[in-house]
Design a protein around this ligand. Sequence first.
Ligand SMILES: *Cc1c(COP(=O)(O)O)cnc(C)c1O
Ligand code: SF4
Length: 327
Amino acid sequence: MTLSIIKPTLWRQIQRENFTSIQELSEFLELSEEHQSRIAKSSRFALNLPRRLARKMAKNTLDDPLFRQFVPLAEEELNSPGFVADPVCDNSFRKEKKLLHKYHGRALWLTTSACAMHCRYCFRQNFPYESAATDITKELDYLKEHTEIQEIILSGGDPLSLSDSSLKELLQAFDAIPHIQRIRFHTRFPLGIPERIDAPFLALLSGIQKQIYFIIHCNHPKELDADVIAALKRLSKLGIPLLNQSVLLKGVNDDEKTFLSLSEALINAGVIPYYLHVLDPVAGASHFMVEEERGRELIRYVQEHSSGYSVPRLVREIAGSPSKTFL
Ligand SMILES: *Cc1c(COP(=O)(O)O)cnc(C)c1O
Ligand code: SF4
């Protein structure tokens, strides 16, 4: 079976509308010269920022939690020991060009390298994505042969960078594999480009038999504005459970007040906090590192101040382990 070429058409539209120039963004955010001098001059991982996120950033400051997540600071150029290109050894678990099979029962499909936005702490920012291969016969054959795989995880980049027609082909192919029970999306689109969750996309999801899950990647309550919450509600109306995973990031969500309000904003939006990840030590992200013990304190704080289901699990990815490691 050969599926037709998967075209990231939306990606081209996003690229036109996103901020990709530091200069333009600095002007938009009215950054002082002193602040501008703290921004990375040349970055291996390009600036790529949806306009709506830039509009939510406070002017002339480096301390805004959205700014810190998406704008490259000079600290990225530091060479920090232990911070490497592929900290979780994803490449060694590659079974086919687009397929990672690391954990029992789940396989992860690398849909595309394209994302709604570029997050500075991304552990896959150096991943050698296969961009040329569009024939997915081998990947589908692998899934069919491995009957222990119950869940297919659509990751990326971001799976919602694909066009609806490409996603439909992919989802229908998974739907036709009897042992696959669940299809899980990992995406930041609802937070960056909520209009992606439109009627045609919802209709496409409604046509799929297998249980669908969405895991959004929200790190700060400011990401959850009214448009984002409305997009999430459109998904949950289809009976799609929504979960969130965050990365513990210095200067973004590593204080009690912010972390509690993140958890509460999530459950108020119908999203269950799933994981809090300790940062994967990817080169260029050392300034985001927060110690594990601090993560435990934050989790305890939420546990003592909010509903039981607002408490995520603190996890770390240790290469070679049979699952994420609970801390
Ligand atoms: C994190 C991850 C998963 C999913 O793990 P869960 O604990 O089920 O969320 C699956 N495959 C890979 C390669 C992963 O990195
Ligand atoms: S959306 Fe996810 S994959 Fe894309 S840059 Fe951000 S963290 Fe990385």
